[in-house]
Design a protein around this ligand. Structure first.
Ligand SMILES: Nc1ncnc2c1ncn2[C@@H]1O[C@H](COP(=O)(O)OP(=O)(O)O)[C@@H](O)[C@H]1O
Ligand SMILES: [Mg+2]
Length: 243
């Protein structure tokens, strides 16, 4: 079976900016893959290319074995995308938000799936509450439920934990590991290096360049001893500046 995602020599420019500069990496099926980098690294651009919302200027993008632009309609049902600025409808309840997203994805009978997701996320008692009245952590969980209602096999999450409090972040990660156990492949972007440690593999991006792609333990032990991932990142950056 092909990889869940494949990028080969991908270039994406916005005018003079190279948002992605010859980026190559693969995400295997069943991975919890982290796209790590600070603001402007190219994370959102990479994810939008994977969804087929943007077209690469050069190189090749494959999502679930297909061209995400040319064969867009063949992957949409199989991919769940949570954009960085996702929007729930604040004046709709939890149930109504889920119904809306189910309709967008053309899911007919979603009720069993919905109830199962509400149970897992512990949102069930609040299902009649307006989204505007939910805490930040609950909103994030509802957004995740909305991206899962059509039972995708690949989840693309763009900074789902940025600005979320530590307790909610931990809960969110627990949920992700449950979805992983169900066989879903997850790629998420984050600026937080401590989250990288929870991934099977990570890609470190900086200003459109791929600095490294490996499992966190290998990255950290490269120097013969275990160093914090932050040091690895800083060293790679220093090397890049020097070259
Ligand atoms: N629509 C756009 N027009 C012009 N420049 C953009 C656009 N989107 C992103 N960029 C630029 O591309 C680079 C990568 O952006 P982005 O993919 O959003 O990175 P990240 O999500 O890691 O913060 C940044 O320099 C950003 O300013
Ligand atoms: Mg972004």
């Amino acid at each position: 079976m092909s990889a869940a995602i494949g990028l080969r020599g991908v270039v994406k420019r916005y005018g003079a900016t190279r948002a992605l500069d010859e980026v190559t990496f693969e995400v295997g099926r069943g991975e919890m893959f982290g796209l790590i980098g600070s603001d402007g690294a190219g994370k959102t651009t990479a994810i939008r290319l994977m969804c087929g919302l943007l077209r690469a200027d050069a190189g090749e993008v494959r999502t679930l074995g297909r061209d995400p632009v040319g064969e867009h309609h063949r992957i949409t049902a199989r991919v769940g995308y949570l954009s960085q600025r996702f929007s729930l409808y604040g004046d709709l309840t939890i149930d109504e938000n889920i119904a809306f997203f189910a309709e967008v994805h053309g899911v007919g009978d979603y009720r069993r799936r919905r109830d199962q997701l509400l149970e897992m996320t512990q949102l069930a008692p609040f299902r009649a509450r307006l989204a505007d009245r939910l805490s930040g952590g609950m909103k994030q969980k509802l957004a995740l439920v909305c991206t899962l209602v059509h039972e995708p096999e690949l989840l693309l999450l763009d900074e789902p934990t940025t600005g979320v409090d530590p307790v909610s972040r931990r809960e969110f990660w627990k949920l992700l590991s449950e979805f992983l156990a169900q066989g879903i492949t997850i790629l998420m972007s984050t600026p937080y290096l401590d989250e990288a440690e929870r991934c099977t593999r990570v890609a470190l991006l900086h200003e459109g360049r791929l600095l490294a792609c490996d499992d966190p333990t290998t990255l950290r032990s490269a120097a013969g001893q275990m160093v914090p991932l932050e040091d690895v990142f800083v060293n790679l950056l220093a090397k890049q500046v020097a070259s």
